[in-house]
Design a protein around this ligand. Sequence first.
Ligand code: KMH
Ligand code: ZN
Length: 294
Amino acid sequence: MEKLIITCALTGAEATKQDNPNLPVTPEEIAKAALEVRQAGASIVHLHARNEDGSPTQDKTVYAEIMRRIRETGNDIILQVSTGGAVGMTPEERIQPVTLRSKASDGSFSGGQATGLLPPYPEMASLTTGTVNFGNGVFLNTPSDIERFARVIQEHGVLPELEIFDAGMIRNALELRKKGLVPDNAPFDFVMGVAGGIPGTPRELLFLVESLPEGARWSVAGIGRAQLPLATMAILLGGHVRVGFEDNVYYAKGVLAESNAQLVARIVRLAKELGRAVAAPDEARHMLGIIGKK
Ligand code: KMH
Ligand code: ZN
């Protein structure tokens, strides 16, 4: 089996400090959490941004500050920005952070100032390929908006990660592939257990995995109590794992997690016990086909 890629979704758009006081919210807190999860064994961070009052924002200046602070700590973790944002945001708001990476006239990509550190721009972006009820709200992704997001992600040289909240979204993702709007190496991430989406059960995970084309790379992000069992299954099945406060603020039933790093460290221990080596960020870049892009 290939090495395990661990993604940590540090903050999300929904959890609050009331849910877990250890939730990283400010750019400084997010950069600190990103370093801790890198040291614990994660190779990708999935990023969301917040306003000063803690409410979600897709403002690219806040994302720019988060990524700058992450790189300033010498952190080489892969930077994945959200294009999902929060329920109710407009597509224009949501796509902003992708544009922090710009294409130069010679075809190379850049963003941020040269610091001698890895550049502070997005290497990956999440791309949800359908609409799903999301608790009491609706996470709206119309066919035309999905195509538009895919085009902008492509134009900015960013690798999309296909966020699959329900089975029909796999079909939509494959349509985008056929149209040449997402590359064949774009990984799938099954977000399982959202109220309104596919349940986070072993049976459903097997069904989603079997629905993918041969050779497709996938990870699973189990919501709440589904996080640990589904992550364990992914380690065993050759998939990859996403953990973090965006999806689950608990370590065990009734016990809040101390940090995102605590959740990552448990996956690293499990992988070790189960005989699966863990990928470092550069190894993950090679596996995902994003190494070499500047
Ligand atoms: N906050 C959810 C409504 C993503 O990051 O791409 C959507 C979300 C997905 O978090
Ligand atoms: Zn997200």
